[in-house]
Design a protein around this ligand. Sequence first.
Ligand SMILES: Nc1ncnc2c1ncn2[C@@H]1O[C@H](COP(=O)(O)OP(=O)(O)OP(=O)(O)O)[C@@H](O)[C@H]1O
Length: 254
Amino acid sequence: MTNSDILKIQNLQKVFFPGTINQRHILKDINLTINSGDFISVIGNNGAGKSTLLNTIAGNLPVDAGSVTILGNDITNASVASRSKWISRVFQDPKLGTAGELTVAENLALSEKKHRHFNLHFYHSAERDRRFTTLLSRLNMGLEDRLNTQVKYLSGGQRQALSLLMATLSQPDLLLLDEHTAALDPYTSSEVMHLTNDIISERHLTSLMITHKMEDALQYGNRLLMVQDGQIKLDVRGADKQRLRKAELLDLFN
Ligand SMILES: Nc1ncnc2c1ncn2[C@@H]1O[C@H](COP(=O)(O)OP(=O)(O)OP(=O)(O)O)[C@@H](O)[C@H]1O
């Protein structure tokens, strides 16, 4: 482990329905080190194990063997909640990252205060609203005028941009993006992807992003992983990644 390592996965194995006729060995001895500042796209066939890998990092799935450490802390058996001091996640479904019954401002306040106990009614000020307005205006989605709108009334794109903002406000050590633009129309998807890239680079975040969009995987980030049949088939970075072309990636899928 060096100072620049954020996450280290060693010999990770995941088997579903072990010991039964339905046994499926999904992650097969995965080894992966994520360095500080890495922005990694993860691609691969349906069923290759990408989400399973993300779920074992986030703590949603227990592992069968191997270890996961973050900043030197062994989190292999830690709960999702206890990992949240290091890890934030944006899901494919915009509804999962936000509380629909709460307003835009209340959602933002909750994510800012994630690690402290507080009462929403006592946490309201003109200063806070000004700060939130500034944060929201950079999303270019008109949310700065809707601080007091319940989030359930926002469009999927607006809600996903808000989820992204909320996931990054706490300056996580690792940001997990789980096909977070997949449910958006092409224009909004590209807007949210630009925004993602801007936020990651401005805040110097480290991120792992699952995507089925080859163009996004090639255009964004410094590193690209291909998962195939539960193993990392390709791990390229820097200039090697920049030289990659879509046709080469598509060939590797076969
Ligand atoms: N909780 C679970 N219980 C049983 N099997 C599961 C579970 N989660 C995933 N699987 C199986 O593991 C395999 C890998 O699924 P996973 O969702 O990780 O693939 P993926 O690469 O993310 O695919 P996609 O691109 O379709 O989202 C699939 O066969 C899936 O059915």
